[in-house]
Ligand binder design. Structure first.
Ligand SMILES: [Zn+2]
Length: 192
């Protein structure tokens, strides 16, 4: 058993370059295309209820597709402040919705993972170290991709290290197939 208190901990932050694009059939292009978030909301008021969407655009022809955020809700339930932010296309708010994978899943669309950077100290397999992988947004990024990229390992090398317990998940995730599904994933690299 390794005493984790004696091991250096380093933190890697996963930073996505953009929100995920979505993939869907574009009628105008006549084929499946990437749609990217426009950062703009559309609000429709009917009677006493509101619909709110986040607008996506085909990268090729700008055809729009609306991702439903709120459907048939009362303006009171959203509150004046939130409504104001929708009307002003608040950039931070748009980013929060665009990074929310469960909203995109509810809309039934296929997602294309964005490019990302891993910010944090490099390490080598010669050191025993605990790595905390953190991400502000929970997107289905493979843990193996993060580790292989940062440790510069081929798939085979990585899988051998996992099979031999040289790379382990402290948070009990499947390192070969698992995804970053929480804001913190803890890995142990063991040189013993
Ligand atoms: Zn198109």
């Amino acid at each position: 058993m390794i005493n984790s208190k004696e091991i250096t901990t380093i933190i890697w932050n996963v930073e996505y370059c953009t929100p995920p694009a979505i993939l869907r059939y574009c009628k105008k292009c006549g084929k499946k295309r990437e749609y990217v978030c426009s950062g703009e909301f559309r609000i429709n008021a009917q009677q006493k209820v509101l619909d709110v969407w986040l607008i996506y655009k085909c990268v090729q022809c700008n055809t729009t597709w609306n991702s439903s955020i709120y459907s048939r809700v009362s303006p009171q339930s959203l509150g004046v402040d939130l409504l104001e932010r929708f009307h002003n296309n608040d950039a931070f708010l748009a980013l929060q919705y665009a990074m929310n994978i469960s909203i995109l899943h509810k809309n039934g669309v296929e997602i294309k993972m964005p490019a990302y950077n891993i910010i944090g100290e490099d390490t080598s397999l010669e050191n025993s170290v605990i790595i905390k992988i953190k991400s502000q947004y929970i997107l289905p990024l493979k843990i193996s991709s993060v580790l292989r990229t940062k440790l510069n390992l081929s798939r085979r090398e990585f899988e051998n290290l996992v099979s031999n317990n040289k790379i382990q998940s402290i948070t009990d995730q499947n390192l070969k197939k698992g995804k970053l599904l929480s804001s913190e994933t803890i890995i142990l690299i063991s040189n013993t």
